[in-house]
Design a binder for this molecule. Structure first.
Ligand SMILES: Cc1ncc(COP(=O)(O)O)c(C=O)c1O
Length: 385
């Protein structure tokens, strides 16, 4: 059987066995509606309350500041539209390298009469807090900047941006889907009013996530219905998912610091190994202010999709920095915003490591990629190799 190595943890992670164990009763004997007053309902609510407490404790927040949602995408939409609709009109500040859940929510707001500034980033993928400050207008009603980018892993200077936001009394929303449970987040020190985070990036189930909403933040719901989640998100809660999410957070609280050190060493082993064996390679993103488990590596003049498919044949799962849009391969908008030249951007491959990644997996990837890139380059016209 082909060996299998999964290096796409920024896309999703396998559910932790301890999480599965905690969730199982909620598919069986504990099935009540958490809004019901009888014992069946109360049992479900207890599981959900415990999960909310765990998430709140992990963030240093209070339980009533946590809203459970159906995913990071919903959390981002709720934060951005919830802030915007509470005010009716005004101006938002974001960056050009946000996840589509933020970018497209902002673009939607533009169709509704709001204005949005999309800040540039430098060649390492960093937003300049000075640019945030300069973009603030008297009618600015929200700032939304991600904590770490999912493609290149660059970690933004959120505390500096948060200080500016606080100084101007503008709520700061942070999409922390890629950092929550991986690197420390200090809501107060970072000046964060709203924080999005998701279960399936941290060995929890898919389709469950959270939004932290600082007490006193003026926002409205975008999904109307019952009184759930303190009227901030209507709909019977995904109790089993929430219970699993809570357990995943508890496990991360225990494992996060050790894992970060271990993964950073493996990530560096990967980059060192590849650059020692393959010519014309480049690391995208910040060399140090970066997610511990993320390495985005460009092979010049090679199409990343071909590397991804070649590695897939070897049982290795990585993702391409370019995307196929209506038949033609486009470079990643994140790398374009960072000013990465086309010949490099088209050859970007993201490796995202996780719990199961071992040193010999990394060595197997290094050994496997060398002949793949060599072969692809061999097929290029001489001048382009
Ligand atoms: C930075 C970021 N924000 C939001 C999301 C969306 O989260 P979800 O898949 O839970 O909807 C992702 C998922 O890749 C992400 O990386």
């Amino acid at each position: 059987m082909t060996r299998r190595v999964y290096l796409d943890h920024n896309a999703s992670t396998p559910v932790h066995p301890e999480v599965v164990a905690d969730m199982l009763p909620y598919f069986g004997e504990i099935f009540g509606n958490p809004s019901s007053v009888h014992a069946f309902g109360r049992e479900a609510r207890e599981g959900m309350d415990r999960a909310r407490e765990r998430v709140a404790r992990f963030l240093g927040a209070s339980a009533d500041e946590i809203v459970f949602t159906s995913g990071g995408t919903e959390s981002d939409n709720l934060a951005i539209k919830g802030l915007a609709y509470a005010r009716g009109r005004g101006h938002f500040i974001t960056s050009r390298i946000e996840h589509h859940a933020v970018l497209r929510a902002c673009q939607w707001l533009e169709t509704q009469g709001f204005e949005v500034t999309y800040l540039p980033v430098d060649e390492l993928g960093m937003v300049d807090p000075g640019d945030v400050k300069r973009a603030i207008r008297p009618d600015t009603i929200g700032i939304t900047i991600m904590h770490a980018n999912s493609e290149v892993g660059t970690i933004q200077p959120i505390a500096a941006i948060g200080a500016i936001a606080r100084e101007h009394a503008i709520p700061l929303h942070v999409d922390a889907v890629q950092t929550f449970g991986k690197v420390p987040i200090d809501l107060d020190a970072m000046g964060i009013a709203l924080l999005s985070f998701s279960g399936h990036k941290i060995y929890g189930p898919k389709g469950v996530a959270g939004l932290y909403v600082r007490k006193g933040t003026k926002m409205v719901t975008i999904q109307h219905g019952g009184e759930h989640e303190r009227r901030r998100r209507a709909g019977t809660e995904n109790v089993a998912g929430i219970v699993g999410f809570g357990k995943a957070v508890e496990v991360r609280a225990r494992d996060m610091a050790g894992e970060a050190v271990r993964l950073a060493a493996l990530r560096d082993r990967l980059w060192d190994g590849i650059r020692a064996r393959v010519p014309d390679v480049k690391l995208n993103g910040h060399p140090t202010d970066r997610l511990p488990g993320t390495a985005n590596i460009s092979y010049r003049n090679v199409e990343s999709e071909s590397v991804v498919l070649g590695l897939d044949l070897k049982g290795i799962g990585v993702s391409a920095g370019s995307a196929c849009t209506s038949g033609s391969v486009e470079p990643s908008y994140v790398l374009v915003a960072m000013g990465v030249a086309l010949g490099w951007a088209m050859g970007a491959v993201r490796h995202s490591l996780g719990r199961s990644t071992a040193a010999d997996d990394i060595d197997y990837v290094i050994e496997s990629v060398e002949p793949i890139v060599k072969k692809l380059r061999g097929a290029l016209p001489v001048g382009a190799r």
